[in-house]
Ligand binder design. Structure first.
Ligand SMILES: CC(C)(COP(=O)(O)OP(=O)(O)OC[C@H]1O[C@@H](n2cnc3c(N)ncnc32)[C@H](O)[C@@H]1OP(=O)(O)O)[C@@H](O)C(=O)NCCC(=O)NCCS
Length: 375
């Protein structure tokens, strides 16, 4: 699997080699040792970076999740490359290649160890990742990175979406700009301290319920009931077209029950638990809204908010609030140790942000969505 690729110019001594990902079912508990050492090194670099940036690992994949993710699947191929200069590990880069839709795009990431920055290594790894993407026929490259709220100070680079910006003084911002990437969109990450006062949740439900009498709330843990999976797949597809994506060059995804099941199984294998709450239109039996929370036993303090969607014909009836409150209650019951929920929303997504603010979410950071078109 390891195919050393020479880096260009002054970093000719850098070796960039493809990383072998452990097989599914690999026992992460007995992991360390020589087997899959490069993979473990990449993971350790990611962990150290997340800890330095946030002071915790709330946003970081666990090792189990990382194995699942980097193995890829029939919907996306994922490649990881470790960079060494002599015996010293200096960073990694990665390329993700969608295989069903968005086959003109690739996701790119680069990480250089703190002591080796500003030596041209980031550029060398980025060149490598872009060449891999270009050789796979990809013409539109996407990348993202996060800046904690306390670091979002000084002169800002405005997002092309017109909503928000990122600090020009941030190394990753300067790096992305220098490499020809454009800041298409900024997402806000927000944190909700748990537990939410029950009286607040009750009041929000009381206020919202009169507008939503035509709907029933349902939900499930980890696996969608068989009788709802077709409808759930349709909602998952809608999610990929209805969220604001600013100028990102992405097309919608095709979801069917097999894709839903594949995602559920990936989460379970990676040790991730899911709580889903959905809304059903009583008159038609149609599934019209859903929201997902994830929790990892390895990161017991933290819950991650995933998708939330109300389909277009059913908006304005407070379903967004009702499903979110119901899912927070479900999560509280299942994962009482959790102390926070983290969520990400486009700065221009005012309706979603308004619901989150009413629930008590507060800004934690900003994520830039970068894009570069090749050739
Ligand atoms: C962003 C990152 C990958 C840059 O790696 P690096 O090895 O320091 O980058 P390079 O030395 O190749 O820099 C290339 C160019 O980027 C710009 N740049 C990089 N870091 C910069 C900084 N701190 N301040 C100003 N410009 C900077 C410069 O234009 C630089 O060219 P120059 O040195 O000729 O002026 C590195 O800071 C990092 O790993 N950060 C954490 C992870 C991350 O945010 N990754 C980006 C994901 S999109």
């Amino acid at each position: 699997m390891a195919e050393p690729a020479p880096a260009a110019g002054e970093n000719a001594l850098v070796t960039i080699a493809a990383v072998e990902v452990p097989p599914r079912g690999w026992d992460t508990a007995t992991g360390p040792g020589q087997a899959y050492r490069e993979f473990l090194e990449c993971h350790a670099l990611r962990v150290a970076h997340e800890r330095a940036l946030w002071g915790n690992l709330d946003r970081c994949d666990t090792l189990e999740e990382a194995v699942e993710y980097w193995r890829g699947n029939e919907y996306e191929e994922r490649r990881l490359y470790l960079a060494r200069r002599g015996p010293e590990t200096v960073g990694f880069c990665s390329v993700t290649l969608p295989l069903r839709e968005n086959m003109h795009t690739a996701g790119i990431d680069v990480l250089i160890v703190p002591g080796r920055r500003r030596e041209g290594l980031g550029r060398a790894l980025l060149d490598h990742a872009e060449a891999v993407a270009g050789n796979s026929g990809r013409t539109s490259l996407g990348a993202y990175h996060e800046v904690p709220a306390h670091a979002a100070v000084g002169p800002m680079l405005p997002a092309k979406s017109g909503a928000g910006g990122l600090p020009l003084g941030d190394p990753a911002v300067a790096f992305a700009v220098a490499a020809g990437y454009e800041l298409e969109q900024v997402e806000r990450s927000s944190r909700l301290a748990l537990p939410v006062p029950p009286e607040l949740l009750d009041r929000l439900v009381t206020e919202a319920s009169p507008r939503a009498e035509d709907y029933a709330i349902t939900g499930w843990d980890d696996a969608c009931p068989e009788n709802l999976v077709q409808a759930y797949a349709r909602l998952k597809a809608t999610m990929t077209t209805d969220v604001p994506i600013a100028g990102m060059d992405w097309e919608g995804e095709d979801w069917d029950p097999a894709r839903v099941r594949a995602e559920e199984q990936t989460l379970v294998r990676g040790g991730t638990r899911s709580a889903v709450t959905a809304a059903v239109h009583r008159a038609t039996g149609e599934l019209v809204a859903y929201t997902v929370l994830n929790w990892r036993p390895g990161v017991p303090d933290s819950i991650l908010q995933q998708d939330t969607l109300v389909t277009s014909g059913h908006r304005g009836r407070r379903l967004g609030m009702l499903i979110k409150v119901a899912n927070l209650k479900r999560a509280r019951h299942r994962w009482p140790s959790a102390r926070s929920v983290l969520t990400w929303n486009a700065n221009e997504n005012q309706h979603m942000l308004a619901i989150n603010i009413a629930l008590g979410f507060e800004p934690a950071g900003y994520e830039g969505e970068w894009q570069k078109r090749l050739g």
